[in-house]
Design a protein. Sequence first.
Lengths: 157, 817
Amino acid sequence: MTKINVTVDGVAYTDDVEPRTLLVHYLREQLGKVGTVVGCDTSNCGACTVDLDGQAVKSCAVLAVQADGSEVTTIEGLGGPDGALDPVQQAFHDTHALQCGFCTPGMIMAVRDLLRQNPNPSETEIREGIEGNLCRCTGYQNIVRAAQAAAAAGVPA
Amino acid sequence: MTATGERPAAEIGQSRRRKEDAHLITGRTTWTDNLTLPGMLHLAILRSPMAHARITSIDTSAAKQRPGVIGVFSGQDFKDVQGDVPCAWPVTEDIVIPPAPPLAVAQVNFAGDAVAVVAARSKAEAVDALEAIEIEYDPLPPVLDMEEALKEGAPLVHESTGTNHSYTWAFDSGEAGSGGSIDEALAGAEVTVKRRFIQQRLVPAFMEPRSTVVQPIGEGVTVWSATQIPHVLRVLLALSLGIPEHKIRVVAPDVGGGFGGKIIVTPEEFITTLVARRLGKPCKWTESRSESIMAAHHGRDQIQDLTITATRDGTITGLDVHLYADMGAYLRLLTPGVPTLGAFMFNGIYKIPAYRFTCEGVFTTKTPTDAYRGAGRPEATYGIERIMDELAAELGMDPLELRRRNWIKHEEFPFTTVSGLTYDSGNYEAATDRALELIGWDELGKEQAERRSRNDPVQLGLGISTYTEMCGLAPSRILAALRYAAGGWEHASVRMLPTGKVELVTGSTAHGQGHETAFSQIVADHLGVPFEDVEVIHGDTQAVPRGMDTYGSRSLVLGGTAIVQATDKLVAKARRLAAHMLEANEDDLEFADGKFGVRGVPDSSMGLGDIAFAAFSAHDLPEGMDPTLEAESTFDPSTFSFPHGTHLCAVEVDTETGRTNIRKYVCVDDVGTPINPLIVEGQVHGGVTQGIAQALFEEAVYDEAGNLTTGTFVDYTPPSAADLPSYTTDRTETPSTTNPLGVKGVGEAGTIASTPAVINAIVDALRPMGVNDIRMPATPERVWRAIHGARGGGDRAAGGTVAYGGASTSTLDGGTS
């Protein structure tokens, strides 16, 4: 077991983890952050995407021990304390960018990351920017719209 | 009490944002795998690494010693109690149904068959212990090629059945009296076109891996499962495992997509139940993605041999269809019935005088097949829409003109087809005209001619798909005729609470469709209450005692109609109570905007909420009235509904590299009256994408030994956003005449329509080069090979692979006569 200190969604945690524990399993099983989900075992689907020190990562491709000393934001940590939605969350709702919703937490985290890097992406840039996240329901068209709507609304960097 | 002031004039037809989104976009979800119960154990399943083998020994003793392990079980441990994973659709009297034990006992029949299960304190410990289970296998020859499997002396998947042939299901319009003799049509044909089309094997690939949690409680169990069919699962757990039905509760919490992939009762649901009961502890099983791709059922996988006959002027005279349908190793819940549904759809939107359909179900040592989005209908639509183009080429006729000449005209509805179904309504002309206009068909045609004339390395192809489908599965009497074990009705109950809020209880269990939103819109209009005041309850057999669940584009057509009927009954009861309270005659009451008023007496109105409170308080009810304001109803349709539409696709094909690029995709769908246009459009986007994925990207491939070689998302390649264009969607609205909402269903339409539109476009681009088919998925390599061999696309690069369900390539071309 290895001791790690991680801040997740604004709360500091100190935990013992097996060195082989993936960040996503730490989040789900030890912290109960089950909003972040596992969709594959080859780092293809991106459903587990979270923010690690300001950068989107697939939390199935990061060991929990690698997050030691880091700040993690999951889908559960977005939005204001008053329940206000993050602009990307709001855009997903407004443009019907989700159906079953399983890919949605990762997709929202990926779109936020994309817009941080490129606040005004073209359709092609959006499609390439979220290429690492799979969705089986929407055909991506409304996810592209959501990214465009959020960009138009001016997501804070 | 009912705040009607803020309600829009009509909820139906509004693009309401979904109620479902709030918890999904914030991660406050209830996926089955999120569930943790005190003392819960975690299961991991050991799967066969071989396609076909006898199990000669199993030793679980070392695994039992591993840290955290509480129990290890093989088929031997459950052989007297585990029963068989059920098949509910024995399509013929003499169908062969092999034993299908949830855990293999003596033999494994596909790579991925479950052979043992570990229960441990953590998932990691359970998975670790799998390595310590010792199993010896005595290999048997794999059975991979359907035509080889049917030959005399072929190795058998199941020795005890004596055959690899499950059933032959046939329909003949001459015998049925719904049309003429196909033999006469074939004998007297002026033009005959024969083709063999391959429907490759596909993986439904829902995003949420399957998961089941079982909590044993006394004699009974509570089962949470990522399933489309909690109600069906409850009945079948009772019938198969002997658990008293009234002691079983099944919950489908948030379910992350299904597409037919969660429509069956799974071996893993049985295994989790058996282990939880044996150990007396709650148990959770959640699959990995690779486990899912290997062991959850697959879809499609047919060899289609089609013969179409016509007169020289392009009037179709007959259609003869023969299918080999790969069942895989076992018959799951609907396996045999899925391809037979195609019987009613191969004739498509056309007037075909003579028709025969023969389907042979064949066992192989592959993952079992079952429903995948469209289930039998995409296969049929592909067959007819592809061969229409081939017939047009043979006749030297414009494919659009050939379709116009043969389709049912709008004034000819209702129309009874050669396969015996009566299409209630439609307007193929209107949808097609709109689609042609939206895509700029004539301009694209000019560009195509121009590129051809200058031998541009990038050619342009234009593809058409004019489809219909049968939705609203299904009338119980027709299901009985098709030998399906259950009915096809749907149930709803509506409760007006004392404070004026409404609970709708529906048997249509959602897994991403947006039922809560669309159903709320229906209730809001029919009761005159605000959209926000309706709570939709679904997916728990304890809260929803009756239901037939969700598949076959049935929720709105059947579930929606049941809701309308229930609200009508509720209003009728409220009318009786209102008349009593207002001291008026029921016939003198008008109901509008959620209020009853006495005709001709201003200020006499009474809202449903007030009536509900009066019912609740029960101080002064009419003689014999129950003190509730609720009503329930079941709807069993008399027929199917028939969405239709026209999808057009313009594809650029780089003839030097074989790369294809969808430049424009236009679809005009007629799904009847849309309840929520935003949700309709979303369903079309997703459906079209899955059909394009079949055409261009996806295939489950087995090697010569019967190993699945596309067992991860790296290899199976479901498309990402970067692989796809945006689509142009539009609708025509021809209301269905067979239900009060005028709805037809939309869940499967896009998938059914888009696959042939894409392949027709690619073949159209390359037809001048002698290409008359491209095997799916039309990868750059296959397209390149088709160009260079002027054939159907050849095998995949890996020599010796059985890439498409086992059909031999040598007969692929079919040819014309």
